[in-house]
Design a protein around this ligand. Sequence first.
Ligand SMILES: [Zn+2]
Length: 83
Amino acid sequence: MQKNEPIRMCIACRERDLQKKLIRLQQNNNNIFPYTGQGRSFYLCSLCSENEKKIKGLVKRFRLSTDDSERFVKYLKELNKNG
Ligand SMILES: [Zn+2]
């Protein structure tokens, strides 16, 4: 029997993985925050969420302000700490 689990792509490395393994985020008004259930979302894999270079690339891509990018980085760190 075929398992039909949703697959999503990490926007940083473009690797595909099971949706439940990826971190779902949302971007709005030059800010990135956890997906609220509304609007457009994107996914980040756990590897990229720990990769400072990848994070910096994302921050650039989304044109985050310094404050917002710091908040984003902090959020990812918390996420990784909590597993
Ligand atoms: Zn990735």
